[in-house]
Write a protein that binds this ligand. Structure first.
Ligand SMILES: [Ca+2]
Length: 294
């Protein structure tokens, strides 16, 4: 018998196309294509390829199965392969992944699965309908953020004896997770010779708040932000854009008793300055100083 080529319905007894969908997770953002072998077994297969098409006749990216790995460790009927647009934690073992420099113009319109068996028969099935129910295609493409965050609505004010409130908002989401570059640092100080100088505790350390301190920022509905070094899940990790954040130091709390008469005196003279340092999730940094109201 000469080798034959089976397409779509003709191939249905051997292989059928399954999913063709967007995928957006911490593992990766991209496209996933799946298929199921019917009468074919991986031991009878010489090669498996999955290609994506848009408009033209030529595929623009192709993944190829490592049949040795699949036969050793995953000789299953169901298979799928990822087209990774934005990398995450996923590590591929069974497929050689094609490289492509994705843009928002590259929405694939067709996925084609091509299998060649050890007798050189060819099986070609395709899926012509990308499902975007998981995520819109455009959202899979991460445009690098090179824009510094904007801090606005800054206020530092005295709210009763020794209590200092700081308010501000940032124009983009800031992820305060330990694994993120994002951070919001609040430093309490004063200006000496035109330079910001940190106020110090009795032990000589500056009074600085940052994301390692869980729950240090308060949202407009008393919700608390930053899960801190210990990953406290009762607090929220991501500070939302354009949302007024507030934080307080108050000497009536034992952990804040550095905010003593010195602070009070400086504040009454309008000399407390709070430096807010926001690093966005891509690492862009903005620093502002906010004078206290008196
Ligand atoms: Ca930014």
């Amino acid at each position: 018998m000469f080798p034959a080529t089976y397409r779509n319905e003709e191939a249905a007894a051997y292989v059928v196309a399954e999913n063709f969908n967007t995928h957006s997770g911490a593992d990766y953002k991209g496209i996933n294509v799946g298929f199921e072998l019917k009468s074919l077994n991986t031991a009878d297969i010489a090669s498996m390829e999955v290609s994506l098409f848009k408009d033209g006749e030529e595929p623009f990216v192709t993944n190829s199965a490592d049949m040795d790995m699949i036969n050793e460790e995953a000789p299953a009927k169901g298979h799928s392969t990822p087209f990774i647009i934005t990398e995450g934690s996923y590590v591929e073992e069974y497929w050689d992944l094609g490289e492509f420099d994705w843009t928002t113009d590259d929405r694939p319109t067709k996925a084609v699965i091509t299998i060649v068996d050890i007798y050189n028969n060819i099986y070609i099935v395709e899926n012509n309908s990308l499902s975007e129910s998981t995520a819109d295609f455009e959202t899979l493409i991460t445009v690098p953020d090179t824009t510094e965050p904007v801090i606005s609505a800054g206020r530092v004010y005295f709210d009763g004896v020794n209590r200092i409130n700081v308010e501000f908002e940032v124009n983009e989401d800031i992820d305060l997770s330990m694994t993120s570059l994002g951070n919001i640092v609040i430093r309490y100080g004063t200006i000496v010779n035109d330079e910001f100088v940190d106020l110090l505790r009795a032990n000589g350390t500056p009074v600085t708040k940052n994301k390692y301190w869980s729950g240090y920022l308060n949202g407009p509905s008393s919700e608390k932000y930053s899960q801190g070094f210990e990953g406290n899940r009762s607090y929220i990790a991501i500070v939302p854009a354009d949302t007024l954040m507030q934080t307080t130091v108050d000497s009536k709390y034992d952990t804040m008793n550095y905010a003593d008469q010195t602070w009070n005196d400086l504040l009454s003279q309008g000399e407390i300055v709070v430096q807010v340092e926001v690093t966005d999730n891509a690492g862009n940094l903005t620093i502002i100083q906010i004078d206290s109201e008196n």
